[in-house]
Design a binder for this molecule. Structure first.
Ligand SMILES: [Mn+2]
Length: 241
């Protein structure tokens, strides 16, 4: 079977001049038969599309906060460290992926990046800014437990790609984020929420596969087949199936 080549966007340790990412993304993609590669974050505007043409899909990885400037807001109390250079590169890759309909799996920061790239906004800090509409108990989205421990339920919409993958309306996930999707980007639909209403999955129906999850399946897949199925479905889409 052909092994698809998947571009992984890395984090940038700018002071040390390093690109880095979690090996967990590589382990998950390789276990599902893909060849992951880290892409440059200093790509020139003219090269985003060139790279998108040559790879079979993109994984947008976790990391620091998206600059509020990218969605037209001041940085408020509670916002973390931002790296406009990383934002710029990932917006460029996402636009190119959309243009050539390359499959996208976006994880944690990734869901926030693709939402903002499509014109959406974020809660800059859930504890400080988010109020559950129905007064439901607010959940701990920055869990203090290890990442391979699932700590909260998400409710999966039945008419969604995510439901086709996990075949369950309620799944357990981990939660390591303090920001979340607020206003949706153009073309996106919310397909899963936590019990307090926080957006946990978005999908873009005009692409063959574009799924953003707020949790970290790369730390759960080894023990949870439903989480592995997310990577399997993504890799399958990257193979063009
Ligand atoms: Mn969460």
């Amino acid at each position: 079977m052909r092994k698809p080549l998947i571009a992984v966007t890395p984090g940038m340790a700018q002071a040390e001049g390093r690109l880095y990412t979690s090996v967990a993304f590589f382990d998950a993609l390789e276990a599902c038969g893909a060849i992951p590669v880290i892409v440059s974050m200093r790509t020139g505007d003219e090269d985003f599309e060139e790279i998108a043409k040559r790879v079979d899909g993109f994984l947008f990885s976790g990391g620091n906060d998206v600059s509020p400037d990218a969605y037209g807001q001041n940085m408020r109390i509670g916002c973390g460290e931002v790296q406009p250079e990383r934002d710029r590169a990932e917006f460029g890759y996402f636009k190119a992926a959309s243009r050539f309909d390359k499959p996208v799996l976006a994880i944690c920061r990734g869901i926030q990046v693709i939402n903002v790239a499509a014109g959406g906004t974020l809660y800059q800090d859930i504890p400080g800014e988010y109020r559950a509409e129905d007064g439901a108990n607010r959940l701990l989205h920055s869990q203090r437990s290890p990442a391979n421990v699932a700590t909260q339920y998400v409710n999966v919409s039945k008419s969604s790609r995510l439901f086709e993958i996990v075949r369950e309306e309620r799944i357990m996930v981990n939660s390591h984020h303090h920001q979340a999707v607020d206003r949706l980007g153009e073309g996106f639909t919310v397909t899963a929420r936590a019990d307090d209403g926080i957006v946990e999955c978005i999908e873009k129906a005009d692409m063959s596969f574009c799924v953003g999850v707020q949790w970290h399946p790369e730390h759960l897949w080894a023990k949870d087949p439903k989480q592995k199925a997310i990577f399997e479905a993504f890799v399958k889409a990257c193979r063009g199936e």
